[in-house]
Design a protein around this ligand. Structure first.
Ligand code: XIL
Length: 419
């Protein structure tokens, strides 16, 4: 029979799947993953990936003293607040509910939460006619109890389209379904959401569609105006939420990211010229510890271009993939990961338009980077050390790098309500 720990590990339901977790990941499976220079941060991995998560053993019974030592005035959220920032993390709701130490860590460190998956179509829409809000409701209840903000993620994403919708007949009114979905979901949490990622990852230049749009389910079934439709609907459904466009692959000084930045800015300018409501742009910030590319002018100019459009900027899904680090030494890996946080935040926070910083998870006990072969091709059996807390909830060098990056921020306080 599965123990409680086994039930909790990464959402796996049976001890049988965990037995599989302990076996070496088979090389044929890895070979099936498409080769792409940026695969480790691209979000095109098939949804069906079912890699078992690493087994970290029992969840900590309580927060270690190292974690308590960085609570209160020493926390990420306290340091962020001193520099006109709100900081937080993504959470998996059922893990939070079953792990009191994790819940305490989240409360200590976060001013804002976002659910990893619980507000996506696949979680909310078991069938065409039913909604399941149980997990999302639990997250809002937790956040409100602890006076934390919540981000909504996400209403339109190519990677979370339920199987029943993909299989639906061509006659189904997908446009009407999308409008209904946005109204129902945003309506339920109206005025309780800081910002909504209305559309996520709409740009993919290699699909060769005008404007660099991705040839997604939504593009094909609703039409090229699906983005405008989603934002217009969203503004009416919840006039208080900051409507955000969220995307990845804009962080590096390389040709591919430059093309993506250009296409995203073109999309944003087009939306503004058509008077489509938009308040903010999310930079996912899935970065790598051993990237051959630098982080610098490309990102700085991109953020400045967004500021010039009077939009806010949010770092929405920050984490550091360290799969490319050859050394197996934990101290060396942690040092390089921390340096990567520092390099990225040194550039990204140097603009007053940036208001939020969220990591995609808080502890290495749960990171999507351990989910599938896409994110750890080189070190498939080495759990990633990517987040500010280790699997035992002790702060890592990444935590201290984040905190001192917040402290180094020197942007003028905004008084005009915008940037
Ligand atoms: C990921 C979640 O972390 C996983 O648990 C899920 O299986 C797939 O989605 N970019 C995004 C997020 O915008 O929604 C993705 O989250 C990570 C990449």
């Amino acid at each position: 029979m599965a123990t409680r720990r086994e039930m909790l590990a990464g959402g796996l339901k049976t001890a049988a799947s965990l037995a599989l977790a302990r076996t070496t990941i088979n090389s044929t499976l890895l070979a099936q993953v498409a080769q792409h220079p940026d695969d480790m941060t691209l979000n095109s991995a098939p949804r069906q990936q079912t890699f078992p998560p690493p087994d970290f053993g029992l969840i900590p019974a309580m927060l270690p003293k190292e974690a308590k030592a960085v609570a209160g005035v020493e926390s990420l959220k306290a340091h962020a607040a001193q520099h006109q920032l709100i900081s937080g993390a993504a959470v998996v709701v059922h893990l939070l509910e079953n792990d009191p130490a994790l819940a305490e860590l989240i409360v200590d460190q976060c001013g804002i939460l976002v659910p990893e998956s619980e507000l996506k179509w696949c979680a909310l829409r078991p069938t065409q006619y039913a909604f399941d809000f149980s997990q999302a409701d639990a997250l809002f209840a937790f956040a409100e109890k602890h006076q934390m903000l919540v981000r909504g993620h996400t209403l339109v994403w190519h990677n979370s389209v339920p199987d029943w919708l993909i299989a639906a007949p061509a006659t189904l009114d997908v446009r009407g379904l999308l409008v209904g979905h946005i109204n129902t979901v945003m309506g339920r949490y109206r005025v309780r959401v800081h910002s909504w990622d209305v559309v996520n990852e709409a740009i993919l230049p290699k699909d060769a569609i005008p404007g660099g749009l991705r040839k997604s389910f939504w593009y094909e079934r609703v039409g090229a105006d699906y983005i405008d439709l989603a934002y217009n609907t969203a503004r009416e459904a919840d006039p208080k939420a900051k409507l955000t466009y969220n995307d990845y692959g804009v962080e590096y000084d390389n040709v591919e990211d430059e093309e993506r930045r250009r296409a995203i800015l073109e999309l944003l300018r087009g939306m503004q010229s058509r008077r489509v409501p938009l308040d903010a742009v999310g930079i996912q910030s899935h970065i790598k510890a051993a990237s051959p590319s630098t982080i610098g002018k490309g990102l700085a100019d991109y953020i400045e271009a967004i500021r010039a459009m009077k939009l806010e900027v949010y770092l929405t899904e920050l984490d550091v993939n360290e799969d490319d680090i050859a050394s197996n030494e934990v101290a060396e890996r942690d040092r390089l990961v921390a340096q990567t946080y520092k390099d990225f935040l040194g550039v990204a926070l140097n603009n007053a338009a940036v208001k939020l910083v969220l990591t995609w998870g808080i502890s290495d006990r749960r990171t999507w980077l351990n989910d599938g072969p896409t994110h750890h091709r080189k070190q498939p059996n080495r759990p990633q050390r990517s987040l500010p807390f280790d699997p035992e909830y002790r702060p890592t060098p990444a935590f201290f790098a984040m905190r001192s990056s917040f402290d180094r921020r020197s942007v003028k306080k905004q008084t005009d309500g915008n940037v």
